[in-house]
Each structure stands twice: as C-alpha cells, then as structure tokens.
Design a protein around this ligand. Structure first.
Ligand SMILES: Nc1ncnc2c1ncn2[C@@H]1O[C@H](COP(=O)(O)OP(=O)(O)OP(=O)(O)O)[C@@H](O)[C@H]1O
Ligand SMILES: [Mg+2]
Length: 316
C-alpha cells in the first residue's frame, strides 16, 4: 500500500487531523507521522508523499527530504526550491510576472556575518546610498527579515532615526526595507496543489485570536482577481502548499507575504471552517500525488520560473 507521511514540529492539530482525514477516505493509501531512525545516502523512504511542515527549522530534516525527493518521494513543498527561495527573490519575481508588490530593497546585515571582516566587503559602498533608499521607499516603512516568519523582527518605522535605531537591533539578520501599503482590506489566501484556493478575510490589526474574524466582503470580481494572482504566484514559484497575503490599497491587491510554505494551519488561529478546508484539501491533494507517483522518478513540483530558466525561455 502506498504511504503518505507528514513531518512536523510542535503542531498538535493539523498533522493529526490530516492523518485521520486521509485514512478515513479509504483511498487505498495510508497516512502516518513520518518515522525516521536511520538516513543513509541514496536509500528511498517508505513514503510516496511527505508533507513537510518543519524543515525550515531543522536542517537535518531538509537534507533527509532532499534524499527522499531524489529517490522518488513527492515532497510537499519541493525542498530544493524552498532552500533557494526567500522573500526578496519572491518580490523580484513578482515584478516580472505583473503582480503588484510594495517597493522593496534588501540591506546588508548590520553586523558582519560570522567569519567575515571589514576586508570581506570591498564590493560594498560604505556608507550605502541611504538618501536614495529612503527616497525610494518613503516613510512609514516596514522592515523585516528576508527569510523569516511568525512576525518575528517585523518593524513599522516612522522615520530615518527610527530606522537606524531599529536596524541596530537586527544583528546578523538580512533585512528588507519596504514601502508601507496602507490597506482598506487584507486577505490571507491558502493555495494547495497550485489549484485549490481559499481566500480568507484577515485583519492583521486585530489581536492574534481575532485576526481571522475580519468582515471584509469582496465582490465576485475582486475574488476572481485575487484568486488569479494567488494562482499565478504559486505557479511561478512552484509551491504545492503556501499562503499568499494580499493587502488591498485603492482596490489593488498588493502581495505582502507569499513565502509561507509551512503556513499556520492551527485550528485555534485559523478557526474551524478554514481548518476543515485545509485538512480536507491537503488530504485530497496528497492522495492525488500518491496516486500519480512514479516510483524512483522526480515527483516534485517545479515552478514556471525554474522550468522556463532550464529551457532558456523568457519568463512570460
Ligand atoms: N509592506 C507592508 N505594508 C503594510 N503592512 C505590512 C507590510 N509588511 C508587513 N506588514 C504587516 O506586518 C505583518 C507581518 O508581516 P509579514 O507577513 O511579512 O511577516 P511574517 O513574519 O512573514 O509573518 P507570517 O507569520 O505571516 O509568516 C503583515 O501581516 C502585515 O499586517
Ligand atoms: Mg505574514
């Protein structure tokens, strides 16, 4: 019997509900928590599909998943792409596929990376063109790590002095500085399998437990426009499981955060209805992937960016 595994960290609602849901479908495919006791090079795992919810925090798991992918497991999400991707690249790509994004620059870390010295940075102007940067971005601005999540080290900055004092706290983190999008409405959008989309009204200005109780009512046209953007982003990035956050300014959906390959799926935060959708859709998609799995082949999803690059084609 083909098996689906789920690899997870401290989560205690989504992985368990996912396993139960897959098994209750009696699709001839069994789901369980991934079990690892020895990882040797070139040896396949027992899973046709693995849903990865944690390798962003566990480098050992990321390496395990690459070997699993090489030996035929469909890893959701593609561990190679996930290793390459970060929020700055996401924004850069968005500018090339006609997805509106806030103006964004990337900054060298405030402190020298470990094992580097002043002499390591002959290529970097000192000081940077701060006037040019601030003129381009404007204030208020947002500053956040180029790879990160969970609202960690996300700052709203009012002026230049605020920027320099907060940037001084960021150590070796590489930060993005970004135009603030002053939005009327905000949506967090699940995209599974590059085709199943759920657009969830989300009010980030509410306290954590009330963020999904937003009452925005998008028109059918706006829903369609947002769905199209969510699909386009995920098609180019090649994520099987991701959320895209869209902030609407003057009705235009700006993509704010769309590098969330292990998005929050906890029952307590997303609420019962969204949770049920995520569990059901993830189970359906994982079963589809298990059924179409070709033994020993590459069963990963690769995005249009990688595909067109490999073929030396233009992006769009
Ligand atoms: N450019 C921006 N304009 C307006 N608001 C922003 C901007 N960037 C971030 N925010 C606000 O800050 C919040 C956190 O930012 P972001 O989602 O980028 O960080 P994160 O750490 O990746 O969060 P997550 O837990 O969703 O992965 C957003 O939900 C949004 O409310
Ligand atoms: Mg976010």
């Amino acid at each position: 019997m083909k098996k689906i595994g789920i690899l997870f960290g401290q989560e205690r609602t989504f992985p368990q509900a996912f396993i139960e849901r897959v098994n209750s479908k009696n699709a001839g495919i069994e789901a369980e928590a991934v079990h690892i006791n020895k990882v040797a090079q070139g040896e396949p795992t027992e899973y046709s599909v693995i849903i990865d919810r944690i390798s962003q925090d566990v480098p050992f798991y990321r390496a395990y998943l690459k070997n699993a992918a090489l030996t035929g497991t469909a890893v959701i999400n593609n561990p190679f792409w996930w290793s390459a991707d970060e929020k700055f690249f996401n924004n850069c790509l968005a500018t090339k596929i006609n997805v509106p994004v806030p103006k964004t620059v990337i900054l060298p870390s405030r402190e020298l990376p470990t094992d580097t010295a002043d002499q390591s940075f002959s290529n970097l102007a000192y000081p940077l063109d701060w006037d040019g940067i601030f003129q381009y971005i404007g204030f208020p601005a947002y500053m956040k790590p180029f790879a990160g999540g969970g609202w960690k080290n996300v700052y709203k900055l009012n002026d230049m002095a605020d920027f320099f004092s907060k940037h001084a706290e960021t150590g070796q983190l590489v930060m993005l500085l970004q135009e603030e999008i002053v939005f009327e409405e905000y949506y967090r959008c699940y995209c599974i399998g590059g085709k199943y989309v759920r657009i969830m009204p989300y009010e980030p200005r509410n306290p954590h437990h009330l963020r999904y109780s937003a009452s925005f009512k998008p028109s059918p046209e706006k829903l369609k426009e947002m769905e199209e953007i969510v699909l386009r982003i995920n098609k180019y990035l090649g994520y099987d499981f991701n959320t895209v956050e869209l902030a609407l300014r003057d009705g235009v959906p700006y993509a704010i955060d769309f590098c969330n390959p292990a998005p929050d799926a906890d029952l307590k935060s997303v609420g019962e209805e969204n949770f049920a959708w995520v569990v059901e859709t993830a189970a359906t998609y994982a079963i589809e992937k298990a059924k179409s799995n070709k033994e020993g082949a590459d069963n990963l999803t690769w995005g249009e960016y990688v595909r067109t690059s490999a073929n030396k084609e233009a992006l769009i």
